[in-house]
Design a protein around this ligand. Structure first.
Ligand SMILES: O=c1[nH]c(=O)c2[nH]c(=O)[nH]c2[nH]1
Length: 297
């Protein structure tokens, strides 16, 4: 018989949709998350012997998510830290795991008398993300956002690139620059006011995107990263995955019309895909907290 050993493994309940309403006063608060819990540890007997005595059921993991929401969520990072510490503390053979969340944005509806107390509209913008990983005494936190769609209608160009026999793209010093930002950043501490830092990083990313002339999306990503790393010593690294959402100037000359960057064709594919990570000098470029986080270079 071929000798088989168990390699890396993890398991749990994926995408637990939990909505927590805080209703201590007439002015309700809403927190809306998609939470995935995955345990790592000694699960060899389940795989090899059909013995489930170490298998904390995925159903139990789901129930724990909802039970913990009763005590409030606070921030996705704090909620995931609570879950991770619970599972690793409660079961000896659970030595670590991975807990991940997406948080959806709800905004208060502007009613007849100002902001409504208990009516909300889903924000059409980005989704907040968080991943907590525990391995023994080691805890790592990656925060982030996805689908933050931004556009600048001028102050962007693309020139000076090499031309070969396949190059047709005309150089331009005035184009639309648009992208949908997915960014993830790595904390070097886990005792933070995560909501406050998140709000400020989001603000800095947008300010960095808009501030200066863009020589390329690559150049603009560096401006965004620099703003974040300068203001937040508790962040060691930020990674981006950004589709270049091309806007092509439509040729209106067949209709006898000029088109000085007024009418564009917004192409959805193919798209340039620009990915980059920026680190504080001296930080670990291959830090273990990125293990299992897909979709970045
Ligand atoms: O900002 C850009 N970066 C590129 O790498 C690139 N390549 C391309 O064709 N257009 C652009 N724009």
């Amino acid at each position: 018989m071929t000798n088989i050993i168990l390699g890396k493994n993890q398991y749990g309940k994926a995408e637990n949709r939990v909505v927590r309403i805080t209703r201590d006063s007439p002015r309700h608060e809403i927190e809306d998350l998609n939470v995935t819990s995955q345990l790592r540890g000694d699960f060899a007997s389940a795989h090899f012997d059909g013995n489930n005595e170490h298998v904390v059921a995925t159903d139990t993991q789901k129930n724990t998510v909802y039970a913990f929401a009763k005590d409030g969520i606070g921030s996705p990072e704090d909620f995931l830290l609570r879950l991770g510490r619970h599972f690793t503390g409660e079961f000896d053979w659970v030595t670590g795991g991975r807990w991940e969340a997406e948080q959806y944005t709800w905004l208060r509806i502007e009613g007849d008398n100002g902001e409504h107390d208990h009516s909300f509209v889903r924000g059409g913008t980005e989704t907040r993300t968080a991943v907590v990983q525990i391995d023994g005494d080691d805890t790592t936190i990656i925060a982030g956002l996805q689908d933050l769609t931004v556009l600048k209608s001028t102050q962007s160009g693309f020139v000076g690139y090499p031309r070969d026999k396949y190059t047709t793209l005309p150089e331009t010093e005035d184009r639309i620059l648009a992208t949908s930002v997915t960014a993830k950043w790595r904390y070097n501490r886990n005792d933070l006011d995560f909501n406050e830092v998140y709000a400020d990083v989001r603000r800095l990313l947008l300010a960095g995107f808009s501030r200066n002339y863009s020589y390329a999306l690559q150049h603009t990503l560096k401006e965004m990263a620099e703003a974040v790393l300068e203001a937040h010593p508790e962040i060691d690294e930020i990674r981006f995955s950004t589709p270049n959402k091309h806007h092509f100037v439509v040729d209106l000359s067949p209709f006898g019309l000029e088109n000085p960057n007024e009418v564009f064709f917004a192409a959805d594919r193919p798209y340039g895909l620009i990915e980059a990570s920026f680190l504080r000098d001296g930080a670990d470029a291959d830090h273990r907290s990125w293990d299992g986080i897909a979709g970045f270079c």
